[in-house]
Write a protein that binds this ligand. Structure first.
Ligand code: ZN
Ligand code: MN
Length: 443
């Protein structure tokens, strides 16, 4: 390909606070009877006054800090004016020139993108809009508005256009989702719409893209309506093809917003992109500006738990686990904590890791102590001598040459299958010693 993709990302995440951003209504809106969680504030009735949700402000600061941002000592809310039926006030309370957090930097954690850094331009707080529902009522096509979602706290995370491939975008999104879940500030569930993606993409000629890029392309296309990581990939792949064709003919793609249609497998023009001045931003007069002391910011930082990338490294170091295993165990905070509790009880972290990973232990259905008990029991019941087990293993190896070859070529995941076969022959889960014998024999 002679063109280099230049991609930036805007991600919106609904915070899981109990109440909404500027009123006391419940922020729960998924599967709730329409228009039951509303009040004069979130319905935008005249005279209603917004009061910011403190928790939402703190959580946004925590997320910004986790992404390496600086928290602004002075921050404020602004009105972003535009007309749409799901926005009762005629404006969205958002943040314009003094967002809560700015200038972050974030290292992608995936193997392929290691050492790749993504700059975070800003992390700001705003409110979600109502939800339009297009349906048929008495044989008539109508649009209905559900204001339960109106005023739910929404964080917007904007990167610089630092992505150079779809794989980098994918790695970032997965890392971001993991961090948000670790912080416990949102489910970041794409299907329920609590995490929404808007990539912007343009292409530049390869020779322009070398070294430090001086000029970004003279246009960019913003993609909307993407509700899964897979769709993000599809939409970007489509845009790369579409824009390449235009550029190869000597043209320049139009600067616009395009929606992804998964059924048709293509993006479609929605509107020419607005400029900031179309929104007539101005400071929200009903909410005083915010000021944060150094102490308040550090207090926020101290609430950030150990994050997945750091946890993975610590597992590798402290428990001598492989990167692959550490990554799996650090995938969610729940599994990581389960692993460490069980490891402490049992005393052999490596064995606990093996059990959780290879036996696919459902960590939400058992408590760590039960797992440890199970492991101890499994050792007692073995009536086989190591010599007998050795013979059983030899037979397994003989019967499964393909799987053993896979293991030797680096597909370590197949070990679980072989352990399963051994367990079947023994009539119980193999002990640590028996497991190690198997590993020795197939390596
Ligand atoms: Zn309300
Ligand atoms: Mn926004």
């Amino acid at each position: 390909m002679k063109f280099q993709p230049i991609i930036g990302l805007e991600v919106h995440v609904e915070l899981a606070t109990k109440s909404k951003m500027f009123c006391g209504c419940s922020a729960e809106h998924f599967g709730v009877t329409p228009n039951t969680h509303t009040c004069p504030v979130c319905l935008g009735l005249p005279g209603a006054l917004p009061v910011p949700n403190k928790k939402a402000v703190e959580w946004t600061m925590m997320l910004g800090l986790a992404l390496g941002c600086t928290v602004n000592h002075d921050s404020k809310f602004d009105r972003k004016n535009y007309f749409y039926p799901d926005l009762a006030k005629g404006y969205q309370i958002s943040q314009y020139d003094e967002p809560l957090c700015v200038n972050g930097e974030f290292s992608l954690s995936s193997n392929e993108s290691k050492s790749k850094k993504i700059r975070i331009r800003r992390v700001h707080l705003e409110e979600d809009t109502g939800k339009l529902q297009h349906s048929l009522v008495n044989g008539e096509e109508v649009s209905l508005v559900d204001f339960n979602r109106s005023g739910v706290p929404l964080v917007e995370i904007v990167t610089e256009p630092d992505f150079r491939s779809i794989d980098e975008v994918d790695a970032y999104l997965k890392d971001l989702q993991k961090i948000i879940r670790y912080l416990g500030i949102s489910q970041a569930d794409m299907e329920k719409g609590s995490m929404r993606l808007e990539p912007s993409i343009s292409l530049t000629e390869m020779q322009n893209a070398k070294g430090k890029m001086q000029n970004l392309p003279p246009y960019r296309v913003e993609l909307k309506n993407i509700n899964s990581f897979r769709f993000a990939r599809h939409a970007l792949e489509f845009e790369i093809k579409r824009q390449t064709q235009i550029l190869e003919k000597g043209g320049t793609p139009v600067q616009q917003t395009r929606g992804w249609n998964e059924t048709k497998g293509q993006t479609m023009a929605q509107r020419e992109k607005e400029e900031a001045n179309d929104y007539r931003y101005f400071p929200e007069p009903d909410i005083p500006p915010m000021h944060f002391t150094e102490l308040q910011i550090e207090e926020c930082r101290s609430q950030i738990p150990e994050l997945p990338a750091a946890k993975k490294l610590r597992f590798m170091k402290a428990y001598a686990l492989s990167e692959y295993d550490s990554n799996l165990l650090a995938e969610t905070r729940g599994v990581a904590e389960y692993f460490e509790t069980a490891a402490k009880l049992h005393g052999n972290p490596k064995e606990i890791a093996n059990w959780i990973i290879n036996n696919k232990i459902n960590t939400s259905a058992t408590v760590p102590a039960e797992l440890v008990e199970k492991i101890v029991k499994s050792k007692k019941v073995s009536t086989f001598s190591l010599e007998e087990v050795g013979k059983i293993i030899d037979k397994i190896i003989l019967d499964n040459p393909k799987i053993v070859a896979d293991y030797k070529s680096g597909k370590v995941q197949v070990l679980g299958f072989l352990i399963g076969l051994l367990a079947k022959s023994l009539g119980h889960a193999p002990t640590q010693e028996q497991r190690e014998l198997l590993e020795r024999k197939i390596t």
